[in-house]
Write a protein that binds this ligand. Structure first.
Ligand code: GAP
Length: 421
């Protein structure tokens, strides 16, 4: 983890939040490269699960919803973690996160008895900080998919089975955030509420289980590092009748990466007095729901962990090409030869119309390769004196380090091929 955190800071993937003010505990800002990586993950997900399917539509809802939503969903009452306080140093912990009965900070063994702590972030709407004006930052994106169900249905004319998807921020006042971007108080989720007939729940639970696995493979994750964890009746969220967590072997232990839940008709029933779904010849009814859910930040973290390799003389991020922040980097062999710089800039400008491309003319070629390997750029393109005569360049592959001579006019297609592989 230390190596990943240091690479992230050094190369502009992720910085400590509010650093010049001494930071804000467990808050992180995505830098230029991290933002590209994170956006690539979200775009890949949106394309795969929304745009390329007939049975899915997307929404983008408000973060702050009517507080009645959280009453109906059960979050006001049930969305809690057990909290204990060390009697010696007064630091507080999630009871179920304590691996030993010792305080992780002072080593003493005396704790207060546990109490339930609600994880929702409270705020006030308008200037008066009064009880009537209390509102909450959403702790999951899911509720809007239920609350907007009828509006989506009426405007999209979907029939069962179909899903509503959303990507967005969620907020939880976690008692013990930590492990870099693994557990933070502000994070992003990619969620699907997949509406079905009750009798089909097992079939679609199985279906989404496989889809989650396929997605994990696309992130470049070795499936050996994934473990499905059937959550017991006692530990399941209040809305779920069956949950599987997809755990990953993080350097700090085996922990949840994604989740899959059968939420039944719990949420729609709590939000709608009348059954909201009607088909010809059948009485209106409450559809049931399968919910696959993905954390964006945890996706970024596993993509980095799996891609990070230390080889003989280099550090290389072997990210899937689709996720890499830059798809290519263009170098003039020598920075002080204007004719080389001019041609390299032209190639750079042409490729930039379709791909994220970097330009680098600092130091020698070896240093530039090193620098691009470290951020996962799949192709490095060098313009040399032969290029001026023959209209070709050297293209060097990140993973094999093989160099090839190719025509300048073929570069865009070569990059497209790499992206689709
Ligand atoms: N709508 C269901 C739901 O929110 P969850 O298991 O509580 O389920 C879904 O959260 C996903 O969100 C998790 O699998 C994880 O990837 C991510 N996640 C949850 N809490 C997080 C936190 N504090 N920091 C970062 N990611 C988190």
């Amino acid at each position: 983890m230390d190596k990943i955190i240091s690479l992230c800071k050094r190369r502009g993937f992720v910085f400590p939040g509010s650093e010049i003010y001494g930071g804000l505990s467990n808050s992180w800002d995505y830098g230029p490269l991290g933002t590209e990586l994170k956006n690539n993950i979200k775009q890949l997900w949106w394309k795969r699960f929304v745009q390329s399917r007939d049975d899915m539509v997307g929404i983008d809802s408000s973060l702050i919803m009517n507080p009645k939503v959280w009453e109906a969903s059960g979050h006001l009452k049930e969305f809690t973690d057990p909290l204990v306080e060390c009697k010696n140093c007064h630091n507080r912990f999630r009871e179920d996160s304590l691996e030993e009965t010792k305080c992780p900070d002072c080593g003493k063994k005396e704790f207060t008895s546990s109490m339930q702590f609600n994880l929702m972030f409270k705020t006030f709407i308008g200037p008066a900080e009064e009880k009537n004006n209390i509102a909450y930052f959403r702790p999951e994106t899911a509720q809007a998919m239920f609350v907007d169900f009828k509006n989506v249905l009426d405007t999209s004319r979907k029939t069962l089975p179909f899903g509503i998807a959303q990507i967005g921020k969620a907020f939880r006042n976690e008692i013990t955030p930590g492990n870099f971007i693994f557990r933070t108080r502000e994070f992003e989720q990619m969620e699907i509420e997949y509406f079905i007939r009750q009798e089909d729940w097992e079939k679609y639970f199985e279906y989404w289980r496989k889809e989650i696995i396929e997605w994990i493979k696309d992130l470049g994750v070795d499936i050996k590092n994934i473990h499905e964890n059937e959550i017991s009746d006692k530990e399941r969220a209040h809305y779920s009748k069956r949950t599987i967590d997809f755990d990953y072997d993080f350097p700090f232990g085996r922990k949840e990466l994604y989740g899959l839940a059968y939420r039944t008709d719990f949420d729609l029933k709590n939000h709608f007095k009348e059954p909201p779904y009607k088909e010809e010849g059948v009485n209106a009814f409450y559809p049931h729901v399968i919910e696959p859910t993905w954390g964006v930040d945890r996706s970024v973290l596993v993509a980095l962990l799996e891609a990070y390799k230390e080889e003989d003389k280099r550090i290389v991020l072997k990210l899937p090409v689709k996720l890499a922040p830059y798809k290519a980097a263009v170098f003039p062999l020598l920075a002080n030869k204007p004719e080389l710089v001019k041609l390299a800039k032209k190639i750079y400008d042409d490729l930039r119309k379709d791909f994220m491309v970097a330009f680098d003319d600092r130091g020698n070629i070896g240093k530039r390769y090193y620098s691009q390997d470290e951020i996962g750029t799949p192709a490095c393109i060098t313009v040399d004196f032969d290029s001026l005569e023959k209209n070709d360049v050297t293209i060097r592959d990140r993973d094999t380090m093989k160099q090839e001579r190719v025509k300048i006019k073929d570069l865009a297609n070569i990059l497209k091929d790499k992206l689709n592989r």
